[in-house]
Write a protein that binds this ligand. Structure first.
Ligand code: PEP
Length: 268
């Protein structure tokens, strides 16, 4: 069974004091939480938080929110995989905010996938469609391949280009419908529901299976991201294809995030 994975993406939030308090609270709770937890603070807090997590239970670790693919060079403002190695275990790649605001292309993201894997960083590759499906199709619960091909499945195929079978089983895929990010709750008509997210994730797993075989596809963790909170995590975590969540806004409050982890851990 794939162990649930909960990733907190803090984005461009927290002071050092906030980050320290948040990470300390999660570290102290982690032992009782039956999930793997990845905290992704802003780059500048990675080193101080590595100290906070020193001697933390093994189910909590750090991830980076992004990186460049090059080892070093004249790339002002960028962070390389060599700099992250040894500090972060995971790295988020292809987040929709990077694709939208920084024009990151599928090719650029694929280069980063290779750089992460070659440096023993586990990529959390984000894919998601921009346009909400018409309500009737969403309610049908199973988007067709044609509906998905233009965005989600293509993004995944391009991210996996040149990735070997051995490397593929390590990666995490995060399905994040762009229209559902930062939208509050799943009760809102703007957010994805569990059955819909499960259907898309099933398609993503089939894409992995076609490329690498069913055994690898069954090992790859595919999580959901988009307005997950403590009151909505159960909508997703009990779906058979969904292995956890990437949490943005709700990961900034220790109590809320720990509650999400606790509920996700109860799945097994
Ligand atoms: C995200 O940033 O990937 C995300 C899912 O954010 P939120 O939970 O705030 O929608």
């Amino acid at each position: 069974m794939r162990r649930p994975l909960i990733v907190g993406n803090w984005k461009m939030n927290t002071s050092l004091a906030d980050a320290t308090v948040l990470a300390t609270s999660i570290r102290n709770a982690a032992e009782d939480l039956d999930v793997e937890i990845v905290l992704c603070p802003p780059f500048v807090w990675l080193i101080p938080l590595a100290e906070v997590l020193d001697n933390a239970p093994p189910n909590v670790c750090l991830g980076a929110q992004n990186m460049h693919f090059a080892d070093k060079g004249p790339l002002t403002g960028e962070i390389s995989p060599l700099m992250l190695k040894g500090i972060a275990k995971y790295v988020i790649l292809g987040h929709s905010e990077r694709r939208i605001h920084f024009s990151e292309s599928d090719e650029f993201i694929n280069d980063k996938m290779h750089a992460a894997l070659n440096n023993n960083l586990i990529p959390i590759i984000c894919v998601g469609e921009h346009k909400k499906m018409p309500l009737d199709k969403r309610e049908r619960g199973r988007p067709t391949k044609t509906e998905l091909r233009s965005d989600v499945l293509n993004q995944l195929s391009k991210a996996l280009d040149g990735v070997s079978r051995n490397q593929a089983e390590k990666i995490v895929i995060s399905y994040e419908p762009v229209w559902a990010i930062s939208k509050g709750t799943v009760q809102s008509r703007n957010s994805a529901d569990g059955a819909y997210a499960n259907a898309v994730i099933e398609r993503l797993r089939q894409t992995v299976a076609r490329k690498y075989g069913e055994d690898i596809a069954q090992r790859v963790r595919i999580i959901y991201g988009g307005s997950v909170s403590a009151s909505t995590i159960n909508e997703f975590i009990y779906q058979p294809e969904i292995d956890g969540a990437l949490v943005g806004g709700a990961s900034l409050q220790a109590k809320e995030f720990i509650n999400i982890c606790r509920q996700a851990g109860g799945r097994e």
